[in-house]
Design a protein around this ligand. Structure first.
Ligand code: DLL
Length: 433
């Protein structure tokens, strides 16, 4: 049962973790230098050779990689092994321009699946569980990653992929699924659908959910936990670095442990690139230590969070990252003020709404307009204009004090905002800037 709680690694003291990282980093830098001319040139531009990187202490000397580098190198420019050694690709869900394509050798897939297995075990999963994987399968990493992890743990894996909500519910109930893996927005939607079908939390066999791939708030966690009668665990990852399982929550649920034997995490100032001390908020940067096919060094994720090494009650020693509050590129600048969708979500959920909303930003006469469409829940739905007006005012006041700027709220009938089976689309930015 505990095969994928890898105690010797997950509870290793810091000096052991550092020793593993030092050794792997030196090897990985040499591998990239030898096989990726694009990165070698970046190092040469800084007068660096692999000999300059002797341990994690030297990491800060290495150049960053960003999404722009990935675009420049599309599709094969960062590949570090012969194509014949690659067995799969995955790709990000980018909506504009070229997508990121990440390559995997069989060994890369095995390590990635191990990381997902650790996440399932941390959520209480064993080979006695029935694990329904409702993340999308295909180019997206969610389905494949959790599917592989679930197999490694020995769960009975139900590979429903996303969508077809009625069938999802049928399998949860008929097969007595105990673990659900999907995006938090889809989990909320499934919960809503099950409630409408008359299921009470105690009727639902699920005990845990492993939800990630998008930012979600503590309030949303509580709502999902309540409606499905489960404990909801966060999981983080990105295609460029492997997929889900780069970091995951344990029973303590205060941050996600980063699999430090495979990845080094840093927090930097997004403007200056300077490495920031533990506990400071900034942009998360990853170096992958084991990836052979697509080994990114110092990749800038654009995710904003903090890191902590404070002791964790679960006994795991790997560093923890806070919930990313959204990508720096999800952040909207409206009338000069930084606005994260997650802040809006917090206000809505604190006022009894579900996370069904859409932000529409436009620019009229050189001024930003900021409209938020919010769905009423069936309980609060009314056609009493006075009541709607006063609800609207409560929300507008709450948003003003959270964000510092005024938003125009319109309350709409239940089920009028499109649901997402994968990552939710919260923002429509019509500004042509
Ligand atoms: O979303 C991988 C994944 C699949 C993670 C399933 C967890 C579960 P991408 O599509 O490449 O990969 O998107 C990566 O999604 O940089 C974050 O901005 C965001 N993200 C991922 N997990 C979380 C999370 C997958 N738990 C991007 N909380 C990342 C907040 C998350 N944001």
């Amino acid at each position: 049962m505990e095969r994928y709680f890898q105690e010797d690694i997950e509870r290793a003291p810091l000096d052991k973790i550092r020793a593993i990282q030092n050794e792997k980093l030196v090897r990985q830098v040499q591998h990239v230098w030898d096989n990726v001319p694009y990165y070698r040139e970046k190092m040469q531009a800084l007068n660096l050779t692999p000999e300059d990187i002797k341990s994690v202490d030297d990491l800060h000397k290495l150049p960053f990689l960003s999404k722009t580098d990935l675009k420049n190198c599309y599709p094969y420019g960062l590949l570090a092994v012969p194509l014949k050694d690659c067995v799969r690709i995955h790709s990000t869900s980018g909506t504009t321009g070229k997508r990121v394509v990440a390559f995997y050798t069989q060994a890369d897939l095995d390590i990635w699946e191990d990381c997902c297995a650790r996440a399932i075990v941390a959520a209480g999963g064993t080979n006695e569980d029935v694990c329904q994987v409702s993340y999308g399968y295909g180019l997206f990493t969610g389905g494949a990653g959790l599917d592989g992890g679930s197999h490694k743990v020995g769960c009975l894996t139900v590979p429903t992929s996303s969508g077809n909500t009625e069938r999802q519910i049928m399998f949860i109930m008929d097969l007595q699924a105990t673990i659900l893996c999907c995006t938090p927005s889809y989990a909320a939607y499934l919960g809503e659908a099950m409630r409408e079908m008359g299921y009470k939390p105690e009727d639902i066999p699920l005990k845990a959910g492993i939800f990630g791939a998008e930012a979600w708030s503590e309030e949303m966690r509580r709502d999902i936990e309540k409606v499905l009668g489960i404990k909801a665990y966060d999981i983080y990852g990105l295609t460029e670095i492997s997929g889900p399982g780069v970091a995951f929550e344990c029973s303590e649920q205060r941050g996600m442990h980063i699999n430090e034997d495979h990845f080094i995490a840093e927090i930097i100032d997004p403007d200056t690139g300077e490495v920031l001390p533990e506990g400071t908020q900034g942009e998360l940067v990853f170096t992958s230590l084991d990836k052979k096919a697509f080994p990114l060094l110092r990749y800038r994720t654009r995710d904003i969070c903090t890191l902590t090494r404070e002791q964790c009650s679960c006994g795991r020693t790997h560093i923890r990252m806070s919930k990313p509050r959204g990508r720096s590129d999800d952040m909207l600048i409206i009338r000069g003020v930084n606005v994260f969708p997650s802040q809006i979500e917090t206000v809505l959920l604190n006022n009894g709404y579900a996370a069904n909303y859409q932000i529409v930003v436009d620019r009229v006469n050189n001024t930003d307009t900021f409209d938020i469409k919010v769905e009423m829940t069936p309980d609060m739905f009314t056609d009493n204009v006075g009541e709607i007006q006063s609800r609207k005012k409560v929300l507008e006041d709450g948003l003003k004090s959270m964000l510092g700027i005024k938003a125009k709220v319109s309350l709409v009938a239940p089920k009028t905002i499109a649901r997402s089976e994968g990552k939710a689309v919260r923002v429509v930015d019509k500004r042509k800037i």
